[in-house]
Design a protein around this ligand. Structure first.
Ligand code: NAG
Ligand code: NAG
Length: 117
């Protein structure tokens, strides 16, 4: 048994560290959303940019889950976050949008069937 316990100790430490990594501490996830003070014209340009650069813009169409509320600020939030998500959630993939148009939040903006990844 004397030879087993270092191995057991190792396994216990290994399992503990795996569990620690899965604790809700991982809720430091962030989303990229419109700033409340953002200008509509800039948000519209951000929408156009995202749709032209690989983001699936169907959810903000009238038949989509994120159409309502039918506002520029809400549509831009959804699409900028999709862009952010598709680009590895790096700060730059949120902050490169027009200055003072996008910001990070740690509150999940998802609602009803409109899921922010
Ligand atoms: C959505 O909002 C735009 C801009 O205000 C408006 O032109 C359009 O008619 C609205 N669509 C619906 C289905 O409410
Ligand atoms: C990313 O932005 C957040 C919020 O503005 C900041 O707290 C964090 O330090 C930034 N991370 C990096 C790697 O710059």
């Amino acid at each position: 048994m004397a030879n087993v316990s270092p191995l057991l100790t190792f396994i216990v430490i290994l399992l503990s560290s795996i569990m620690i990594n899965h604790l809700p501490v991982a809720s430091s996830k962030q989303w990229c959303v419109s700033m409340q003070t953002a200008k509509d014209e800039q948000l519209e340009d951000n929408i156009g940019f995202a749709c032209a650069n690989g983001v699936d813009c169907r959810p903000i169409l009238p038949s989509g889950a994120c159409f309502k509320p039918n506002t520029t600020i809400s549509h831009a939030s959804y699409l900028m976050n999709s862009y952010y998500e598709q680009h590895g959630r790096t700060n730059n993939s949120c902050f490169f949008f027009f200055p003072n148009s996008a910001m990070l939040t740690s509150t999940d903006p998802s609602y009803n069937h409109c899921i922010y990844k």
